[in-house]
Design a binder for this molecule. Structure first.
Ligand code: BES
Ligand code: MN
Ligand code: MN
Length: 454
């Protein structure tokens, strides 16, 4: 093991330089103008994985490619670990809010700022470096590994499930390890027991054939903007509960032990309020802050498009209105069922003078772990080795759609150990990761292999 940690000491500077190079490639999966950058990021990653000592392959899908890396030279009886991450990133806009350019990695006060620093290129790359530390520092790994890096996570992983189904034998493993989330508090690592799912829709409301003069026609033609506002208002009641009939029928009540464990975690309400900068906080009655974001569902308007929004006034009766609305889901809910409930609800609340249409953009099921067993114990110890304090067990409000499919298809436990700092600005301007967490992440993952292989 000393070879491994010593190798990390000696090579850390180069590891960082390589990460900067990775982050300079604007691998934005959602925009077609970046298709060649996505390809460049996949090829770049494959080359580094090969240098680290893995056998590699860039594999085509209907969308962006998957980069696969394998090393199967461990002693017989050693476990096989699947490492999953994503090399695509969210768009960097609004660009003017970045203090340094999004795709020009910049270090300030030991923190690295760039799109993808935390989500997920920085965290994916630290796994590659942990593998390299074993393979080059000690000459071998104590476990077999398969690395699966996808380029479509930020657009809902539309092609990954068929890939996992087609290659399930090659992806067979004893545990899945993912670093694509945050630590619970600064310098306090976490292991996750849950992720929320997601159901994402557009609601389109269409009224008259074209925009109309609101004086000549207003009062006699129903306005799609007003209708959409009523529809959106009908989704939640004034207390913050979701008002779609039947919505809570599938919502699992969590066991008292988990709720107690959540309550026992320190939560800095003041600090959180400062971080988000809202006048005050609000959510579903009867649940604590952490419960609201981890184990309860949500309904949020993500965007709104209607009428005239330029400078000054324009007396227009718009022809159409559209809103983006998404739900975070918790165990036992499914995106399919939520779509059905939304269809039924829209049919109830839509007036006949307009056409209302629901379009599903993507969905992902929620995930819940049984956080126990030898791999969890090894991960706890490895995180404590690297951070000097044992991890807490935490939930997570965000979504990683493929996780529950991994658990079901590969029949292996999934370990989620995130190395992003709380408040990492994922998807926002000035995304960052402390260089110290990049390094400790490499050390923790390297120790994890030593633990489970030993
Ligand atoms: N890495 C995030 C999810 C995440 C964020 C996990 C914070 C833990 C902590 C992931 O890349 C992501 O952004 N997921 C999307 C869903 C996807 C379908 C676009 C999300 O949660 O909105
Ligand atoms: Mn991510
Ligand atoms: Mn993301």
């Amino acid at each position: 093991m000393s070879d491994v940690q010593g190798y990390i000491d000696r090579e850390m500077h180069r590891f960082q330089e390589e990460l900067f190079e990775f982050l300079r490639i604007p691998s934005v999966s959602t925009s077609s103008e970046h298709t060649s950058d996505i390809r460049a990021a996949a090829n770049w990653l494959e080359a580094r994985m090969r240098e680290a000592g893995l056998e590699t392959e860039v594999m085509e899908t209907q969308g962006h490619p998957v980069v696969l890396g394998e090393w199967r030279g461990a002693p017989s009886g050693a476990p096989t670990v699947l490492i999953y991450g994503h090399y695509d990133v969210q768009p960097a806009e609004p660009l003017e809010e970045w203090h340094s350019p999004a795709f020009e990695p910049t270090v300030r006060d030991g923190n690295l700022y760039a799109r993808g620093a935390s989500d997920d290129k920085g965290q994916l790359y630290l796994h590659i470096k942990a593998l390299e530390a074993h393979l080059k520092g000690a000459g071998s790994l104590p476990v077999n590994v398969v690395v699966l890096a996808e380029g479509e996570e930020e657009i809902g992983s539309p092609n990954l499930l068929p890939f996992v189904e087609a290659y399930h034998q090659r992806l067979a493993c004893d545990a899945v390890v993912i670093s694509d989330g945050s630590m619970f508090a600064p310098d306090l690592p976490s292991l996750l027991f849950s992720l929320r799912g997601l159901a994402y829709f557009e609601i389109h409301v269409k009224g008259p054939r074209g925009d109309l003069h609101s004086g000549t026609y207003g009062g006699a033609v129903v306005n799609p903007g007003n209708v959409l506002a009523r529809i959106l208002a009908s989704l939640k009641d004034e207390t913050g509960r979701i008002a779609i009939p039947g919505f809570y029928d599938d919502v699992m009540e969590w066991d008292p032990a988990t709720r107690d464990a959540i309550r026992s975690l320190p939560f800095d309400q003041e600090g959180f309020l400062k971080e988000v900068g809202a006048p005050s906080l609000g959510g579903e009655p009867g649940f604590s802050h952490l419960e609201r974001v981890w184990i309860r569902p949500t309904c949020d308007v993500n965007g709104f498009l209607c009428g005239y929004t330029g400078e000054g006034a324009k007396t227009v009766l718009p022809s159409r209105a559209m809103a983006k609305v998404s739900f975070r889901l918790v165990p036992r809910q499914t995106p399919d069922r939520v779509r059905e409930l939304m269809e039924e609800h829209l049919a109830q609340v839509s007036p006949p003078e307009v056409e209302v249409r629901l379009v599903e953009l993507y969905g992902g099921r929620p995930w819940k772990a049984d956080p126990e067993g030898e791999f969890f114990e090894a991960a706890k110890k490895a995180l404590e080795d690297a951070f000097g304090t044992p991890p807490v067990l935490a939930g997570e409000g965000g979504s990683i759609p493929i996780v529950v499919d991994f658990q079901e298809i590969l029949e292996a436990p999934v370990l989620l150990m995130g190395f992003a700092p709380p408040g990492a600005n994922m998807h926002a301007p000035n995304e960052w990761i402390p260089l110290a967490y990049f390094e400790k992440g490499i050390r923790a993952v390297a120790s994890f292999y030593t633990e489970i292989g030993g």
